[in-house]
Design a protein. Structure first.
Length: 210
């Protein structure tokens, strides 16, 4: 059985279920208590509260969540371990933002028009030709859900943007040169019964090589 770290911090139980279900659907066992990736096959960084802006040298905006520094510390350490060992990483929403910050990037702390919690289909994204995301989804455009109010500002070292919304907000990042490091700004776990399920299948397939 493939086992991957799935750190949640103080995420409410109800919000954990879609991630578990999406992983179980592709025969992957989540390990939610992991403090190291020793003996595990990959890392999934899920959604959650805003990354502490002090990590990218900014003052906290009044609209930014109170920081969960313990979670930031753990996930950053797990991410670095995954990159050092070339283990697969799938990062979702907050996970994308944490990846960008961990690589030295910055975030815009508040944007309008991207927090649509009740919409299964919020807006279209354009996917870069030749990207891993394009190879996984096999489409040039895709309609995603959207539940974030922050986004990538300066892209972190080594990362490339591979999808954007119509307003140019970055919707996906990749780290070339690694076996599998893919980050998406939307929530594929909520729609894993459709095309989004391919993301979890690709993550599983990469983890099989660990």
């Amino acid at each position: 059985m493939i086992r991957i770290a799935l750190p949640f911090g103080r995420t409410p139980e109800g919000k954990r279920i879609p991630y578990r279900n999406a992983l179980h659907a592709v025969d992957v066992q989540p390990v939610e208590s992991a403090v190291t990736l020793e003996g595990l096959d990959g890392l999934l960084l899920p959604g959650g509260p805003d990354v502490d802006p002090a990590r990218f040298g900014a003052q906290r905006d009044p609209k930014t969540d109170n920081p969960d520094r313990e979670r930031d510390d753990l996930e950053t350490a797990l991410l670095q371990e995954a990159l050092d060992r070339d283990l697969p990483v799938l990062a979702i929403c907050r996970g994308l933002q944490l990846l960008n910050v961990a690589q030295g990037g910055t975030l815009v702390q508040h944007i309008e028009g991207h927090r649509c919690p009740d919409q299964r289909e919020a807006h279209r994204i354009a996917i870069t030709a030749g990207s891993r995301l394009k190879s996984v989804l096999d489409v040039d455009e895709f309609v995603v859900n959207s539940r974030h109010h922050q986004c990538v500002d300066r892209i972190g070292s080594g990362l490339i943007a591979v999808a954007k919304a119509p307003d140019s907000v970055i919707e996906a990042l990749e780290l070339p040169g690694k076996r599998f490091v893919l980050a998406v700004q939307w929530h594929p776990e909520d729609r894993s019964d459709g095309l989004d399920g391919r993301l979890f299948e690709a993550f599983r397939d990469a983890a099989r090589l660990s």
